[in-house]
Write a protein that binds this ligand. Structure first.
Ligand SMILES: [Zn+2]
Ligand SMILES: [Zn+2]
Length: 255
């Protein structure tokens, strides 16, 4: 498999995963134009995309889904509650309901859906397997059993590292928003995701891409430092650690 985070953060999330000549997107939270242009920047064409998997209905995850699905004539996969709670596509034939605990096969990849805790109708994340296992986990209030299980099985992990806990508390967000972000249906902090990896990752974990970094309550430098300083307790764990940017796609990783 190959992976690039085309963009990640509250301004838009889209992960590109390719297997041989076929690909899927996890979320389409950038505009269709941005998604196609960023795929071009990593040397990929939109013709390879076989479907768009939607994690939940927040705008930063679905913004470009309607236009992209119609333009490329590809299906959008989302849970029934996510479909009901949002406008995903003006062509209903392009929408395929999925369950929040099933195994799909798209582009030759075995894709497991699982629920997580986030303030949305029926939020899910995805683990993808083709020999190796890749999990993409963002928008989660805490590391629930499903997330722990996905982290423990993963060879490659894109995991949310949304905020630095002190920056959030001291920052400009209104009180109610701070409470939500740090609560059980909000977002994983740098420390929460690092502790989850420290406690549950397998020693073969090769890469961690810190994702969905807040522009207000985090910096790439702080996220990377916090993560590295916490996981160094495990001497058997030596993943390459990087982060996904909101404006620039990551390199194309081979998994
Ligand atoms: Zn989000
Ligand atoms: Zn969200």
């Amino acid at each position: 498999m190959e992976l690039s985070a085309l963009g990640s953060g509250s301004s838009g999330n889209c992960f590109f995963v390719q297997n041989n000549k076929e690909a899927v997107l996890v979320d389409a939270g950038l505009t269709a134009k941005q998604i196609i242009s960023r795929m071009g920047a990593i040397g990929k064409s939109s013709g390879s995309i076989k479907g768009i998997l939607i994690t939940h209905e927040h705008a930063d995850h679905i913004r470009g889904a309607d236009v992209l699905a119609r333009q490329l004539n590809i299906p959008i996969f989302a849970t029934k509650k996510t479909i009901q709670s949002s406008f995903l596509c003006s062509d209903s034939d392009l929408i395929t309901p999925i369950k929040n605990d099933e195994i799909l096969k798209i582009a030759g990849i075995e894709i497991r859906t699982f629920s997580k805790s986030h303030k949305a109708a029926d939020p899910v994340s995805f683990s993808m397997r083709n020999g190796k296992t890749l999990s993409i986990i963002t928008d989660a209030g805490f590391a629930c059993e499903n997330i722990i299980s996905a982290v423990s099985e993963s060879d490659f992990l894109c995991i949310e590292s949304n905020h630095d806990e002190n920056m959030l508390i001291d920052g400009p967000y209104p009180y109610f928003l701070k409470q939500w972000v740090k609560g059980d249906t909000g977002h994983l902090s740098n420390k929460q995701s690092a502790l989850c990896v420290l406690e549950h990752a397998k020693s073969g974990l090769s890469n961690v891409v810190l994702s969905h970094l807040s522009q207000t309550n985090n910096t790439p430098d702080i996220a990377l430092k916090t993560f590295k300083s916490l996981i160094k307790e495990r001497r058997d764990l030596k993943p390459k650690i990087s982060y996904s940017d909101r404006n620039i796609p990551t390199k194309l990783f081979k998994i």
